[in-house]
Write a protein that binds this ligand. Structure first.
Ligand SMILES: [Zn+2]
Length: 156
């Protein structure tokens, strides 16, 4: 697996969040091109992308094949351990209850998402993330939301 190095990037945390969200958006775009609901996710540890995923529920015929689940599996395999402490999950759309639950089990340090999901987002159900997980929302919100909206517009 190719490891991207952003260590030369900005020291501004918001700019870094945007930089990583752009990588997640690229994966969402890939999902879009494959006619999957366009959501992408990456896991970052110490400036390196250690896990990536995009929604593959249609291709795999698997309702659990969300972007976050695949990014977590890849990251854990890279780390050689199931916990993702000191890691950040970037995902273009707010995680659902399943993915928030998976985040809980990984104990990931931060979850950064772009667009809220009013229908299926986990925040409707209270905080399902690990108490130690810091959750940030609204990074590149417009771009993340536009991709999903245009996907569903094409479906109608
Ligand atoms: Zn999910």
């Amino acid at each position: 697996m190719k490891i991207y190095d952003f260590e030369s990037g900005s020291s501004d945390p918001v700019l870094n969040d945007e930089l990583y969200m752009r990588e997640a958006l690229k994966l969402a775009q890939k999902a879009f091109e494959e006619d999957e609901v366009p959501i992408g996710a990456i896991v970052v540890s110490q400036g390196k992308i250690i896990g990536k995923g995009y929604n593959l529920t249609e291709r795999l015929n698997d309702v659990t094949a969300h972007a976050e689940m695949q990014a977590f599996t890849a990251a854990a395999s890279f780390m050689g351990g199931k916990y993702l402490k000191d890691c950040t999950l970037y995902v273009t759309v707010e995680p659902c209850v399943m993915c928030a639950g998976a985040s809980y089990w990984t104990q990931v340090s931060r979850v950064v998402y772009g667009a809220p999901d009013e229908k299926r987002g986990a925040s409707k159900f209270g905080n399902l993330f690990h108490p130690k997980t810091n959750v940030v929302s609204g990074i590149l919100l417009e771009e993340c939301a536009t991709l999903v909206k245009s996907f569903f517009r094409n479906k109608r």
